[in-house]
Design a protein around this ligand. Sequence first.
Ligand SMILES: NC(=O)c1ccc[n+]([C@@H]2O[C@H](COP(=O)([O-])OP(=O)(O)OC[C@H]3O[C@@H](n4cnc5c(N)ncnc54)[C@H](O)[C@@H]3O)[C@@H](O)[C@H]2O)c1
Length: 472
Amino acid sequence: MSTLKINGFQINNICCIGAGYVGGPTMSVIAKYCPDIIINVVDVNTDRIKSWNGDYKYLPIFEPGLSEIVKEVRGKNLFFTTDVENSIKKADLVFISVNTPIKTSGIGAGEASDLRWVESSAREISKFAVGHTIVVEKSTLPVKTAEIIKSILLSSEQNFNNDDKTKTFSVLSNPEFLAEGTAINDLVNPDRVLIGGEDNESIDALKQIYSKWINQEKIITTNLWSSELSKLIANAFLAQRISSINSVSAICEATGANVIEVAKAVGTDTRIGEKFLKPGPGFGGSCFKKDILNLVYICKSLGLNQVASYWEGIININNWQQDRIYKIVVDKLYGNISGKRIVILGFSFKADTNDVRNSPSIKICRQLLGEDATLIINDPKVDKKIILNEINYDNRYNYKIIYEKNISKAIENADAVLIMTEWEEYKNLDWKNLYKKMRKPSWLFDTRSIISFEIIKETDLNFWQLGNGESI
Ligand SMILES: NC(=O)c1ccc[n+]([C@@H]2O[C@H](COP(=O)([O-])OP(=O)(O)OC[C@H]3O[C@@H](n4cnc5c(N)ncnc54)[C@H](O)[C@@H]3O)[C@@H](O)[C@H]2O)c1
């Protein structure tokens, strides 16, 4: 078997700790392009591992193109397992790809990253690793986390018994920039791969892996801290663009301008660019909010309070946009939605993913339920159980939430339809016929600007489109 040989250090075997939205797809793509490397993806969540090993149609994560790649490599050089110990023992390189949510209690609650899963991964690596192991931070982490990881690993280097003095580690930062919904394409054709570290031999080893399918020029190397910080800053900049255009959507509604036209006019300036200027109900997903909050926490810890409040503003606008939409819906329905039937089209935080973490739908649904509305919820990829878990975890809204797979049936006798996710199947619905099934006066709220106003004009539907000053 041929292997990657860099100045004497060979990478034959990789372990990835964390079989989530990042670990699963990332390792599948590496396995596809590096058929000579054995990759074990480990997780403490036995159900998740079971479904990674189960039917390709029901992998734990939905991403276009993912199941095809898993089918190609699973059981050949890609394995999903709960055997953390042996997977680490065999590995020359270990990716840490575990969750790094915001702390919910204690010092920094609500802002700082909860690093317990990163620390436990480092402790497992330090305990089980054999020989020289490259440890790669794939999770998004506060700047300087590598110091913590190094300190845990170093203690095991020192404690290791004298028979094997070769237990050594090298720590790299290699943050992941994939976006859910386009993860496979992002991994196959990334804008860049970022590797931060101090040890050139290890950097080269990781570089060799990526250069199997990615152009060398796209592989950027920096010091550890620049790499860790760049990931947080990249997400902060992306979220900033969403909050910027969302703030503009409100100005458009108040003035008769159209945010889509404004975004196009502004985005064609090459200094600004057209990407990530889509207005909507605010960003969701597991990353933007937590990464900005973490950035805010870091700034405050460094005494940079002005900088902290600048970035905090991005989150404030995001929350405000969701509150604004909820209030508009209630207001248009005569200020009273008690007992009214509102159809929610889309529960995932964006199209082409089944991820609901921080989805704007969660907050808006709970607000509408709080006003005693009945919600009929549809999503092509999110299961009923997950939806109920998110909005009815305290069983407060039993009988007020109906899950309906059939859109036409969902709309029967509805007072309003609220489009929350830009799924392809919602773009060309036959409103000329569908609206006839609704109770009059009926409303369509389009928070994703996916409906043609011209078509709606041919119906008696009342129409509100986010950022469209011409809609009612
Ligand atoms: N989801 C994204 O779009 C995305 C994109 C880029 C970066 N990131 C970052 O990547 C990291 C992972 O994100 P994710 O979305 O894949 O999270 P996830 O919650 O989907 O997956 C993390 C997995 O790690 C497992 N885990 C935790 N501790 C473990 C341990 N000690 N041993 C074995 N398994 C363990 C969990 O059970 C879980 O299945 C986060 O830091 C996130 O910020 C996420």
